[in-house]
Design a protein around this ligand. Structure first.
Ligand SMILES: Nc1ncnc2c1ncn2[C@@H]1O[C@H](COP(=O)(O)OP(=O)(O)OP(=O)(O)O)[C@@H](O)[C@H]1O
Ligand SMILES: [Mg+2]
Length: 398
């Protein structure tokens, strides 16, 4: 499809007979919202660039299959530079019909190539992102520290697209750990409704951090946590995994319904403990509970945080007690709280720091290196879930 925005009739012919003329940018927006198909848009010589370029910049990211060709009576280097920076594919002189026809043709060819690329692997679960939930039943073990740093390590300066979701809905501090000033939070998803929410809706709630890393932060108002249904959390995670390489979930220290929804969606569950008896006792109980709830062991990743603390517990003894292998260890360092206070993940602040090296190698070796395609993993059948929640409540009361 081709849309012509305020294009003079002399030039319109060059764009092909099936082109749709509209009078202004509003008309263009209506057509783009209605038909989510690959489009080449020709912007006429009088279209105001100050209004058009922010739109083209935004669409380049969110609808790469919408290509723009700009007509100007005279093409100077400033117009050309600004247009190309804003994602416009070509700038053509108004009175050069051959150049316009060529530009539209090239843009259509690019759209066809993009469409073909996005169809490759449509049925392939490996094109879905991976969901990784970081959990410990005991507070203060380092969930927020590990999840924010894991997210930054996976994003790797923009090499991958990663979103961190703060499910510590009452006391979440991902926003503080990353020094974010969010205008919207996960609580703003509630009015959208589980049935109607789509990726555009979820995307409007994200707060970007650094190249490759964005976030969906926890509500700021106390009490908002109770208004967010677990099923909506599940839906949000599914939408995010369709658009990001990795979805990292930070959690509260409790098996609440939202956390179980995250576990259900997770390809890997990072279980944290520190080397002290209360934390290890909690980890043992957590592992038993996950076993009873049928979360497959191959999804577990046991991580000991502050593992070099001189507390006299050998990791081999810990493995024997837990009856499972420890996946990774992250050393203790006073530089960690210092970076948290500055709002910069240590992996970004000092890539060679022993804590950064440990987290990055865990990310590369035990997350990127071991996750099998989502569809090939056994999913817990849905009908079991309610029983499992009842079981957890009974277990908590016992
Ligand atoms: N490897 C480490 N070395 C030194 N300090 C650390 C390390 N990991 C975490 N900490 C510190 O421990 C404290 C608790 O960490 P964090 O907030 O990440 O834990 P949490 O599990 O998210 O806590 P909560 O259960 O309250 O959400 C913070 O002050 C953090 O800076
Ligand atoms: Mg936390």
């Amino acid at each position: 499809m081709t849309i012509l925005v305020a294009v003079p009739s002399t030039a319109a012919e060059a764009a092909g007979e099936h082109a749709r003329p509209v009078a202004d940018l509003e008309g263009m927006q209506l057509l783009l919202d209605r038909d989510k198909v690959p489009v080449t848009v020709v912007l006429g010589p009088d279209v105001d660039l100050e209004r058009a370029l922010p739109l083209t910049s935004d669409l380049r990211l969110h609808r790469p299959e919408v290509g723009f060709v700009l007509l100007r009576d005279a093409v100077d280097s400033t117009v050309l530079r600004d247009a190309l920076r804003a994602g416009i594919r070509e700038v053509v002189e108004t009175y050069d019909p051959v150049a316009l026809a060529d530009a539209v043709k090239r843009s259509d060819e690019l759209n066809a190539a993009l469409a073909e690329r996005s169809h490759v692997g449509d049925d392939d679960a490996s094109s879905l992102g991976r969901v990784v939930t970081v959990f410990s039943a005991k507070g203060g073990c380092g969930k927020t520290t590990i999840s924010t740093n894991l997210a930054a390590a996976l994003a790797d300066g923009g090499r991958r697209n990663v979103v961190i979701v703060d499910l510590d809905l009452a006391f979440g501090d991902v926003a503080i750990a990353l020094q974010l000033f969010p205008s919207r939070t996960i609580a703003d998803a509630v009015p959208m409704g589980e049935a109607d929410i789509d990726f555009d809706g979820v995307q409007s709630l994200l707060t970007p951090h650094s190249p490759g890393l964005t976030s969906l932060v926890a509500p700021v108002e106390p009490g908002a946590a109770d208004t967010i249904p677990a099923s909506l959390v599940g839906r949000i995670l599914e939408l995010l995994r369709e658009h990001f390489d990795y979805v990292i979930v930070d959690t509260p220290p409790a098996f609440d319904d939202q956390v179980l929804a995250a576990f259900d969606a997770s390809d890997a569950i990072v279980l944290l403990a520190t080397l002290d008896i209360p934390a290890l006792k909690n980890l043992k109980l957590t592992l038993e509970t996950l076993d009873l709830l049928n979360y497959p062991r191959e999804r577990w990743r046991i991580v000991l945080n502050r593992a070099d603390s001189k507390v006299g517990l050998a990791t081999s003894e810990v493995e024997k007690t837990l009856r499972t292998a420890i996946t990774a260890q992250v050393p203790s360092s006073r530089d960690v709280p210092a970076t948290v206070n500055r709002g910069v993940p240590i992996v970004l602040d000092d890539a060679k720091h022993p804590v950064s090296v440990a987290i990055k190698s865990f990310a590369d070796r035990d997350i990127v290196g071991t996750l099998t395609p989502a569809a090939k993993q056994e999913k817990v059948p849905a009908p079991l879930r309610n029983d499992r929640r009842g079981f957890l409540r009974r277990r908590a009361k016992a």
